[in-house]
Design a protein. Structure first.
Length: 88
């Protein structure tokens, strides 16, 4: 348990930031899921538009330190390859 005034404030700040990070991570996962669902349904136009929406979200989450930069890059790369491989 935090004893000092500064430690108590740090706990409050960490709690707030954890909630923000959770929201960002949830948003990222939801956007990735939309692309995967569009790929599974075979709708290439929906997959492309979902991919365009997920790229900046992944970049932002990496920039904020929620996921590693390479992790985000790898996700974008793999999703792009899967969308490109879809039949027209």
């Amino acid at each position: 348990m935090a004893n000092t005034k500064s430690a108590k404030k740090a706990v409050r700040k960490i709690t707030k930031q954890t909630e923000v990070n959770k929201a960002r991570r949830t948003r990222m996962r939801s956007e990735v899921r939309k692309v995967e669902e569009a790929i599974a349904s075979g709708d290439k136009t929906a997959a492309r538009s979902a991919l365009q929406a997920v790229e900046p979200v992944l970049a932002r989450t990496a920039q904020k330190g929620i996921v590693h930069k390479r992790n985000a890059s790898r996700k974008v790369s793999r999703l792009t390859a899967r969308v490109a491989a879809m039949a027209d």
